[in-house]
Each structure stands twice: as C-alpha cells, then as structure tokens.
Write a protein that binds this ligand. Structure first.
Ligand code: 5RP
Length: 230
C-alpha cells in the first residue's frame, strides 16, 4: 500500500477508540445493581475487553450472542439471563452501516435477533464503530435477515419482489438455530418502511435494519478523533 493511501491509524485502533469513548460515556451510569447490554462483533469485543477493568462496579451484563457471553465470562464479567433483568440503562454494540439518522444495518456477525431483543430492553442504544461505517444511504452492505429454515425459499422470493438478491449464508446457523439470508441490491429509501415490510414476511425472525428503533448515540472513531452523533 502506498504512503498516500495507507491509513495513519489501524482499523483495530479505531475500534478500540470507539469502545473507549463508550466506556467514558457509560462509566457515570455504573452502580451496584446496574446491568449493561453488550453487543456482538469485533468492535463489541473491544468494548468487552475495556469493560473488564470496571467489572466490580456494576451487577453484570446481558449478552447478545453466545460468542459475546463467552468473552464476557472469560473476562470475569457476570452474564445474566435477560428474563432476570427488567431494565438496562444502555446497550452498546457495533454496526455494519449507520446513517445520519442513526438507522443501522446490523447482523454481519449473524447475531441480529438477540441484538434487537437486548437493545429493545435498554433505555438507549450506543453504537460504536469506526467512521467508515457512516453512510449517506443504507444498503451497500447486504441486509441480513434471520429466517426460519423451512421458509428460506419463500422469504427469498418475497425479497426478490422488492428488487433484492438474497443469498443464503452458507454453513452458518444462528444462536437460535435459524439461517441468514444476506440481501444485496435493495434501494433503501425508507429504512423504517423496509424494516416493517420485512417484519411482515412470514418466516422472517428478524430484519437487520434497526430503523424503527435506531441508535440514540453513535460514537464514530476516525483519524481526527471521535465524532458523536445524537
Ligand atoms: C453482529 C453485528 C455487528 O455489530 C456488526 O456486524 C459490526 O461488527 P464489527 O464490529 O465486527 O464490524 O451486527 O451481528
């Protein structure tokens, strides 16, 4: 890579910086009895690693995937069942794309359903990412949908009617035992409308659009520091 095109800060460093900004944001919220919602992915992993330092200052976490639960437990952070938790001040997670309205595409790691469930219980969603995830219009990243296996063909046909090109994520089974269709070619003019439409297709467990309930705050790390949206 030539010097002109080589980034000054690595992608991993940017993820760690976004995670550090989230830690700074949530630290005043930590107290005995407080539960934090934790997302899934490489940026969420950075958040987990930094949260470990504060592990004795709050009750525990709810994880959005088996993968994150294992990382949290390995770091000595308590992982609670969502059924035992009534409220969380915050849910912290990454995104595959985010727009200026804080609508997101998520599910690149296949954890979208549990992510949406845990986020729905939290008072606010804090999205952490490097600033390459900020887009003018969602949809260059193929939209993941978690689908009941027996419905993958019928769901795929419905998505084709919306102009999408669904591709089965080969060899992948979600934590809930379902499959993922990754849908490219969608012209996402109205993310919330498309999310509602996908939610209404029988067999769709969860749509990777987070537009009906977008993030409240985005902390986007770039070469010039953290950009906060929301
Ligand atoms: C997992 C997700 C992740 O948040 C998304 O894929 C971003 O991951 P990363 O932080 O590794 O870029 O939605 O289902």
């Amino acid at each position: 890579m030539s010097e002109a095109t080589s980034p000054r800060v690595s992608a991993q460093t940017l993820k760690q910086q976004a995670a550090a900004a989230a830690i700074e944001l949530i630290e005043p919220l930590l107290a005995e009895g407080v539960v934090i919602g934790v997302g899934t992915g490489s940026t969420a992993d950075c958040f987990i690693d930094q949260l470990a330092v504060l592990k004795n200052r709050f009750r525990g976490t709810v994880a959005s995937s088996e993968r994150s639960a294992q990382r949290l437990q390995a770091a000595g952070i308590a992982v609670l069942d969502l059924n035992d938790v009534t409220s969380m001040p915050v849910y912290v997670d990454g995104a595959d794309e985010i727009d200026a309205n804080l609508c997101m595409i998520k599910g690149g790691g296949g954890a979208l359903t549990r992510e949406k469930i845990v986020a729905s219980v939290a008072q606010r969603f804090v999205c952490i990412a490097d600033d390459s995830k900020l887009v003018q219009r969602l949809g260059a990243f193929p939209l993941p949908l978690e689908v009941i296996p027996m419905a993958r063909q019928s769901v795929a046909r419905r998505l084709q009617a919306y102009g999408g090109k669904p591709v089965l994520r080969e060899g992948f089974v979600t934590d809930n035992g379902n499959c993922i269709l990754d849908v490219s070619g969608l012209n996402i003019v109205s993310p919330a409308e498309l999310e509602s439409a996908c939610n209404n297709i029988p067999g769709v467990v969860c749509c990777g659009l987070f537009a009906l309930a977008p993030a409240r705050i985005a902390l986007l790390a770039g070469e010039n520091g953290i950009q906060r949206l929301g």
